[in-house]
Every structure is written in C-alpha cells, then in structure tokens.
Design a protein around this ligand. Sequence first.
Ligand SMILES: [Zn+2]
Length: 248
Amino acid sequence: MSEPNGPAARALAAAARDVARLVVPVCCPGCGLDDVRWCDECEATWWDAPFRSDSSAPRLQRGEGALAVWSVADLEGSAQQMIEAWKDSDRRDLDPFFVAAMTRAAGHVAGELAEVPAISVVPIPAQRASTRRRGVDLPALLADACAQRWRECRLDAVAQTALSMRRAESRGLSARQRWRAAQRSMRLERSLGRGRAVVLIDDVMTTGATLAAARDCIENAGWVVCAGITLAAAPVRTKSSQVGLGWG
Ligand SMILES: [Zn+2]
C-alpha cells in the first residue's frame, strides 16, 4: 500500500481531478477560462441596465410603429458565447445565472409598465425538441422570472405560456421569408384574460421577426402587446448605403 500523502497518492488524486474535469468540464462559457463556472468579466456584461433594442430590429418597425423592446446585451463576443452554451451546449448551471439577469432587467423596466393595469407575460415558444433535450423551457423560465419581479414591484403580472409555434428550420431564409414563416406558424392557444396587456419575453432577438409575428398573432386575437424583453439582441449592422453624413 502507498502512503496517504506519498507520490502515488498525489498522482492518484491528480488523475481523479483530471477524470472529474473530463466528466464535468468547467470553464467560463464566455471566454473559456478554466476551472470557473463563469468569470467576473464575462458576468459583468449581464449586470448592465437593459437598453432599447427595437431600433436594430427591422421587422419590428412596421405599421403603427415599433414595439418597445429592451435587451440586456448585444448578441456578440462573450455574451453570445454564453447564450450559445446555455441554449445549445446544455449548460444547465447557467439557468439561475440568466434567470437572475432577466430578473434585474425586469426590475429596470418595471417603471415603464407602471401605467399598465394588468400584464400578461408571454414567452415566445421554444422549439419542442430543444425543450425536451434541455429538460426546461427557457423562455418560460425567463417569463416566470419577469412576472415574479414585477409582482414584487406591486404590478399585476402573470406569466402565461399561451403561444405555440411550429418552428421550421430558418437558416438560409431571408429576413422576409423568416418573418412569413414565423407568422404562419404562431398560434394563441388560450385567452389571456380581460384587459391584460402583453409583454413578450424571449432569450434572443435577431431580426425581430419572431417577436413581430407574436405581436401580430396576439393583436389579431384582440389583446395589446405593449413591450418585449430579451436577454440579448443582435447588434445593428448598418448597410453602407444607409450611412448618412448627417448633412440633412
Ligand atoms: Zn469569461
């Protein structure tokens, strides 16, 4: 038998650590820093106050005007890496992280909703297959967090998983095709209750096509959609032909 603190024991302990790391690799999903669940720098992005992101979403700029949407971070860099790890690599330890980020965002936006008599917090439906794989419905989780935060702010808010969507593969589709596809597949499954105004919740917004389709679906059924909140939003990519010189 080897001594408890001898070289063999130390080698064994090191090997056990390596195996543990292989089984449960731990690194910051934002920057890859080893041996932390996430690093302070990557976390800091999610403590910023939410900003109005609807101006970067062309699909929200129709008809009577844009839907007011707030987002916490631009979908790029470490923020994008973290979102992808959460959504696609099943980092379930990030569920409470993003619930906390959404709760803070909801707190910031609460004042904007003070005049709304009753709020229905409606998540954009996730793909069923994704929810099955993850074992959790991420947009519904975020909607619950918002509703809870707003009730703490003495707003009448309830989370209602009322939309369903047959999400088709949207990669390779143009923004317009994506919007049409989203519009066709969105359904309101049940009544939201008399006089409730809707706040839509999603994890990310890219073109705004999905939020716009959800708004149209809900408003066609007779409710008003007053705002949206997402964790991240694709940043504005201004085409060179649209860049003015500011000379009127
Ligand atoms: Zn990091």
